[in-house]
Design a protein around this ligand. Structure first.
Ligand code: SF4
Length: 312
């Protein structure tokens, strides 16, 4: 693949491995609380797509909690030299009082071990006071804004109750880039009613934006228990990609995406206990190994052995 994975990009930039701390800002989402609609995007789980985030307690406690979780998987040596991204992941992290949010984000940004603050949000929650707050934050540390586009197709967006149209995304994207923010776009492959061609159109669309997105997160659609999509699927199942089809699709996405787009993720790993389909996504090791093989061989062969990270 021509693009860099996020871990590689960060290692090059900071000289050390950089880890993510999943944090909570205490925000809800206008797509769930009735401001736009009730219920949210049909694929969104109870935890607002951020089940692994620290509980909403004072920020220093969240950072400690998240850090311990990361450290538990790593060797003790070099602990004091590690850098982190403060990642506000669940729900819509700019949907709240900008001053309260600024104080929280600033507290994270001021810590020497925090390399950047990453904020997951919706493009319709970036009004002028929020943009001004993000610009102030950017004076302390780099700010990444993660926008959940999922698809460029408004008909699919309506079907999954995303609650905004492509024009809203494009508008927000332009304003963020004009303000010098790094923008990471989230897309989902396999949304109901979308063909392979529709999914690749979303990738082509993102590749045509100028400037191009700084980063992209691609995930397979995960149909979870307790979501509207889960109910829809159980009543009337729609086609779900096999792991091999998904890996092939990702290979085609990467062939389209410009080289300078940093790849933050190529697979999603949602809560296993809620997973209905695709069943293969519960086996992370198999997913990563298969993906590696697809990405390191021009034509798939099961003998591929080169190891490269496929998500950070
Ligand atoms: S915008 Fe995000 S948090 Fe809100 S309903 Fe959709 S996926 Fe869930």
């Amino acid at each position: 693949m021509r693009q860099k994975m996020l871990s590689e990009e960060l290692k090059g930039k900071y000289g050390v491995k950089v880890y993510k701390l999943s944090l909570s800002s205490g925000c809800t989402c206008p797509n769930r609380d009735g401001t736009i609609m009730y219920g949210g995007c049909t694929f969104c789980s109870e935890g607002g797509s951020g089940e692994s985030a620290a509980p909403f307690v004072p920020l220093r406690e969240q950072i400690e909690f998240a850090r311990k979780k990361v450290e538990a998987k790593l060797p003790k040596a070099g602990q004091d030299k590690r850098l982190y991204i403060a990642y506000f992941q669940s729900f819509t992290n700019t949907y709240g009082d900008p001053e309260r949010l600024y104080e929280m984000f600033r507290e994270a940004a001021m810590l020497p071990e925090i390399a950047a603050v990453s904020i997951g949000t919706r493009p319709d929650c970036l009004e002028a006071p929020v943009m001004e707050m993000l610009c102030r934050l950017q004076e302390i540390k780099p700010v990444w804004v993660e926008l959940g586009l999922q698809t460029m197709h408004d008909r699919t967006a309506e079907r999954v109750h995303r609650g905004y149209c492509l024009e809203t995304f494009e508008n927000a994207y332009k304003r963020l880039k004009e303000a010098g923010m790094e923008v990471v776009v989230h897309v989902i492959m396999g949304l109901p009613g979308e063909s392979r061609c529709d999914m690749l159109d979303t990738i082509r669309y993102l590749s045509s934006l100028r400037p191009v997105p700084d980063g992209i997160k691609i995930a397979q659609l995960q149909i979870l228990r307790g979501t509207a999509l889960g109910v829809e699927y159980q009543k009337d199942p729609f086609p779900v990609m096999t792991l091999e089809e998904y890996c092939e699709l990702i290979r085609d996405c990467l062939a389209i995406l410009p080289e300078e787009v940093v790849i933050h993720r190529l697979t999603g790993d949602g809560p296993k206990n809620l997973l209905i389909e695709p069943a293969w996504s519960a086996d992370k090791k198999r997913v990563l190994n298969t993906m590696r093989r697809y990405l390191t061989q021009p034509a798939f062969s099961s003998s591929g052995t080169e190891h490269r990270e496929v998500h950070s």
